[in-house]
Design a protein around this ligand. Structure first.
Ligand code: 3HC
Ligand code: NAI
Length: 647
């Protein structure tokens, strides 16, 4: 079946690509375009060609599903050169997103016209590769080196108006194809500009590259592709076009088969599969316009901010006026932070506070389509909240708990209309972390589950469904990770060596410094609770520290010492004295071996979670670690890594 269609508007040919869902440049499409160049060149009645796409977007890039296979001709760089070398000028008419190879094809065209809502970009580094069809060589010729460095090393697309001011596109349009045709007709009345490949690059000095390299290295946090992309851009600014494209192609081919690219492709597909579980394909979510949040503490305020950022109306309920004022202040602090980082205007922040309904009276909850409880982690407090919700919420309103460790079934006991109950487990800070664990109970209705996924979509979060177990998917693996880290300490590995090994693995923090930041007391109290309930929970090394008053940074020390007001962890003589009776001599374990032990423990717990049916797939577990716990994306997650060691 042909993937392109050619229509005529007088002397202008309009070629429309129709290769759903995103017009990716599969081999068949490349061949169609290859043949179209020759056919249109051979047609004397054609003066110019407008290239546009059917469906939701312009070409979204190379076909990622082809990346694991040997490349098939016609190769994309050759196609881009062929379009540029066509006897008739091509004009790209861009709607949706022109990404990666899609934008490279557009740069092969003589002009680019973009719909106002479109965006363009080179996201290859997010897939562990570099642009492979001259993106690093043509972009600096269009927009200058500086803009090209930002575009290519971050992989972030830019909106059409910004693309226009950067020189990446030539015009914006409201009615895309007719305006692109008019643009083409007008362009034919003047001499054509040089093809992009023939344009010069304004030089930059060595200091620019030194700085760019330092900034890119810092932002990449261990990912290889951004630095390799920078090297391509530097080469492009120093050598002639053919040599620069050859260097870029070689880098692309090197990285395409790399472990990091495989990991990032795995995450790409996992993220696209997660929001759309097959079992919900035909289930419509319930209406969702107004969210109620019970409790305006750390989590409640973050959840409100996330909902407001997504344009949802919010009602906050607190237990008394004082707590209500604190809750509103917590929310204000989040929005003020967004203003100071330039993410929100002061007016928009003020509007969010003005439109919040804040009350101590549950009668206000009647307006809500979904209510999320985020009160203290105590079963009696939560039960009392759901008792009130049972009386005041609409019978069709979805009622959710954000509990971390309590059994949602206990929380929902006695709730009228139990089919509307569900767990929605956010991660702190809830307006930043992208993970949302969705925890249905046996009674949860399918459309209530679908509403959980719909909420995630609206908030821009990655939903992962979890069954019920202690800590659900994420915190259960966290517990096992910490236990393994302590086991390493008992074997004599120094605390700082464990943390350094995990940072070298790509985590933002090691397991011990992370506990010092979050506080050791929460997990301690939980263990004490379980012990009091008669469970046999052995004393942990963390328990020894908490009993000695070392609860983390907030008490001036935990696993490490901290100077007053400082966050830099310093090895602690007091900790060494407290723990030494329990520790073997230092075995001098290599950092890679330490990381392997901890990743192995994460993956083993993940496997148990899969075996018990708590998670639907290994990829879901990887998403939990990446989006809830700062696991390096370019490693693909612990399950992916383990599958590469033991395929
Ligand atoms: N190749 C193959 N399939 C792709 C694809 C691609 N480049 N991009 C998206 N898809 C698929 C998705 O897997 C999904 O499939 P499914 O329906 O079977 O799950 C479907 O298209 C729809 O994708 P989204 O859910 O992401 O759709 P949205 O409408 O939300 O977003 C988009 C559209 C903004 C285009 C988004 O899909 C996107 O960002 N795609 C990736 C773009 C990209 O990374 N391009 C660069 C590729 S590398 C390259 O071009 C190398 C070159 O330099 C040689
Ligand atoms: P918090 O102590 O910061 O906030 C709890 C809020 O609930 C307080 O503002 C309190 O005044 C309010 N509250 C207490 N009883 C109430 C009642 N009867 N009615 C109305 N409001 C009431 O606690 P935090 O950290 O926000 O945790 C809340 C819930 O979220 C807990 O279940 C916790 O396990 C869970 N959670 C916490 C995470 C975290 O990192 N802090 C992460 C994910 C979930």
């Amino acid at each position: 079946m042909a993937l392109t269609r050619i229509d005529r508007d007088g002397e202008i040919a309009v070629i429309t690509i129709d290769n759903p869902p995103v017009n990716a440049l599969s081999q068949a499409l490349r061949q169609d375009l290859w043949d179209a160049v020759a056919a249109l060149d051979a047609d004397p009645s054609v003066a110019a060609v407008v290239l546009t796409c059917a469906g939701r977007t312009f070409i979204a890039g190379a076909d990622v599903t082809e990346f694991g296979k040997p490349p098939q001709p016609p190769h994309l760089p050759d196609l881009v050169d062929r379009i540029e070398g066509a006897a008739k000028p091509w004009i790209a008419a861009i709607h949706g997103s022109a990404l990666g190879g899609g934008f490279e094809v557009a740069m092969g065209c003589r002009f680019r016209v973009a719909a106002r809502g479109a965006s363009v970009g080179l996201p290859e580094v997010t897939l562990g590769i570099v642009p492979g069809a001259s993106g690093t060589v043509r972009t600096p010729r269009l927009a200058g080196v500086q803009a090209a460095v930002t575009l290519v090393t971050t992989g972030k697309p830019v909106r059409a108006p910004a693309a226009l001011s950067m020189g990446l596109v030539d015009a914006l349009a409201d009615d895309l194809v007719p305006e692109a045709v008019a643009f083409a007709r007008d362009a034919l009345t003047r001499p054509l500009p040089a093809p992009v490949s023939a344009r010069a690059i304004a030089p930059v000095d060595d200091a620019f590259w030194t700085e760019a390299e330092a900034a890119t290295r810092k932002a990449a946090k261990g990912a290889e592709a951004p630095l390799r992309a920078l090297a391509c851009l530097r080469r492009a600014s120093e050598v002639a076009f053919p040599e620069a494209t050859a260097f870029e192609r070689q880098t692309f081919m090197d990285l395409r088969g790399s472990e990091q690219a495989a990991a990032l492709r795995h995450v790409f597909f996992a993220e696209r599969a997660a929001p759309r579980p097959a079992r919900l394909r035909d289930v419509a979510p319930r209406k969702l316009a107004h969210v109620g949040v019970i409790g305006g503490g750390t989590m409640g305020a973050g959840i409100i901010a996330a909902c407001q950022d997504a344009g949802l109306a919010v009602t906050l309920i607190e237990r008394d006026d004082e707590a209500l004022a604190r809750g509103v202040a917590n929310l204000r602090a989040i929005h003020d932070g967004a203003v100071s980082r330039g993410r929100l205007t002061a007016d928009a922040a003020a509007a969010r506070l003005d439109t919040l309904t804040a009350s101590t009276d549950y009668a206000a909850i009647g307006a809500c389509d979904l209510v999320i409880e985020a009160v203290f982690e105590q079963i009696d407090v939560k039960r009392a909240v759901f008792d009130a919700l049972g009386r005041h919420a609409r019978a069709d309103a979805v009622l959710a708990t954000n509990t971390s460790y309590l059994d949602p079934r206990d929380i929902a006991q006695g709730l009228p209309h139990p089919e509307r109950f569900i767990g929605l487990h956010f991660f702190s800070p809830a307006n930043v972390m992208r993970l949302l664990e969705i925890v249905p109970v046996r009674n949860t209705a399918p459309d209530v589950l679908a509403t959980g996924f719909d909420l995630a979509r609206r908030l821009g979060k990655i939903p992962v469904q979890s069954g019920i177990c202690d800590g659900f998917i994420g915190n259960r693996i966290l517990k096992r990770t910490r236990a393994e880290a302590e086991a390493l300490l008992r074997e004599g590995v120094p605390i700082a060596a464990v943390d350094a090994a995990m940072r070298a693995h790509g985590m933002a923090m090691g397991p011990f410094e992370a506990q010092d930041l979050g506080g050791l007391d929460i997990a301690f109290l939980q263990r004490e609770g379980a012990r009091a309930a008669g469970q046999d929970i052995p004393e942990t090394l963390g328990d020894i520290l908490v009993r000695a008053g070392r609860k983390g940074q907030k008490t001036g020390g935990g696993w490490y010492d901290y100077a007053p007001g400082q966050r830099k962890p310093m090895p602690s003589a007091a900790v060494a004295a407290l723990l030494s009776p329990h520790l073997a001599p230092d075995p001098g374990m290599a950092p890679e071996a330490i990381a392997r032990r901890i990743i192995g423990a994460m993956a083993a717990e993940g496997q148990a979670i899969l075996d018990e049916g708590i998670a639907a797939s290994a990829a879901d577990i990887d998403l939990v670690k990446i989006h809830g716990y700062g696991y390096p994306r370019w490693r693909g997650g612990p399950m992916f890594q383990q599958s590469r060691v033991n395929p």
